[in-house]
Design a protein around this ligand. Structure first.
Ligand code: OAD
Ligand code: ZN
Length: 290
């Protein structure tokens, strides 16, 4: 056993003892719900429960590449909601992760989120693996030409589907090429660099996943751990590495290992308790208010 007991004070003591110098954090949509961004799978409030209006074969289709090719509109309805901007502020959980980084304790943050709030909170870019990509860049799904951010913002704000403006051979799909072909531009659909079902995760995910094995403490926050391969990450930790779950519900294999600690409930509340135990509470609140 690494921890004397499965409790938050024991986790805090472990960190204070200096034995947790490589902390790996794994996050999902639950750390952003307090910012006003819905998660995916919560029964009443999750996006998948509220997509009925978009007339999808199933909710996940909105992030499915082959569906997107046929009908990109539902995704752009959603994109208008989710697009990062001044509208959303980082949560206490985001700021706590930034604090770990500032203290030199964050080995790596693996996030499934596409809202860019961890960067906004001040987690350094080289400590973040955006496992499911983000809205930070976008390109044509046919010729891969990068599409300019300012233009993207305009399209998303209008709820319109952006098409590739690269000059040369038209590549538009399924007969949609007409107008674009006449203009002599590509016309392929533009998609943010978010990982859709049917697409590979970024290389950075596979290049860095070994860091879960090197970790001496794992913190998992606000994820249902239902989407692979991300869901397998917490299991890559060594057997004697403590794993702490901050989530509304038990997920994945949490509870099966001797050093698993489950902090069930709101993740911001759990993180505040941990910060309190660590003597970091004032620092956390101050950083969050800034
Ligand atoms: P989910 O919606 O599947 O899971 C969110 C989890 O967070 C659930 O277990 C909730 O109970 C929990 N939760 C919600 N609010 C919380 C709060 N305030 N405090 C603590 N826990 C809270 O979201 P993800 O696990 O992130 O893929 O979903 C994984 C992937 O599925 C997403 O990245 C997305 C989706 O399809 C893509 O966009 C490619
Ligand atoms: Zn193109």
């Amino acid at each position: 056993l690494t921890l004397p007991e499965r409790s938050l004070p024991a986790v805090a003591d472990f960190i204070k003892s200096g034995k947790a110098r490589r902390i790996v954090v794994m996050t999902g949509a639950g750390i952003s719900t307090a910012a006003g961004i819905p998660d995916f799978r919560s029964p009443e409030t999750g996006l998948y429960a509220n997509l009925a209006a978009l007339d999808l074969p199933e909710p996940e289709a909105v992030f499915d590449l082959s569906f997107f090719r046929q009908n990109p509109k539902p995704f752009y309805v959603l994109a208008k909601e989710l697009y990062p901007g001044a509208r959303y502020r980082p949560t206490v959980s985001h700021v706590f992760i930034a604090l770990l980084a500032r203290k030199g304790l964050l080995h790596m943050l693996f996030t499934q989120n596409i809202d860019c709030l961890e960067r906004a909170a001040g987690v350094p870019a080289d400590r973040i693996v955006e496992a499911h990509g983000s809205f930070a860049s976008q390109r044509c799904i046919e010729c891969k030409e990068v599409f300019e951010e300012g233009r993207m913002r305009e399209f998303v704000a209008r709820g319109e589907v952006p098409k590739c403006e690269r000059e040369g051979q038209a590549q538009g799909v399924d007969g949609e090429a007409g107008a674009e072909a006449e203009k002599g531009v590509c016309g392929g659909l533009v998609k943010p660099d978010i990982v859709f079902f049917g697409e590979a995760l970024p290389r950075a995910f596979f290049d860095s996943s070994g860091m879960a094995k090197e970790a001496d403490l794992i913190l998992v926050m606000g994820t249902s751990l239902q989407v692979h391969p991300f869901a397998g990450l917490p299991n890559m930790a060594e057997e004697e590495t403590p794993r702490v779950l901050f989530n509304l519900e038990q997920v994945g294999s949490f509870g099966t290992r001797a050093d698993d600690v489950m902090v069930l409930g709101d993740c911001d509340a759990g993180v505040r308790r941990l910060a309190e135990e660590l003597g970091w509470r004032d620092e956390l609140e101050k950083a969050w208010r800034e």
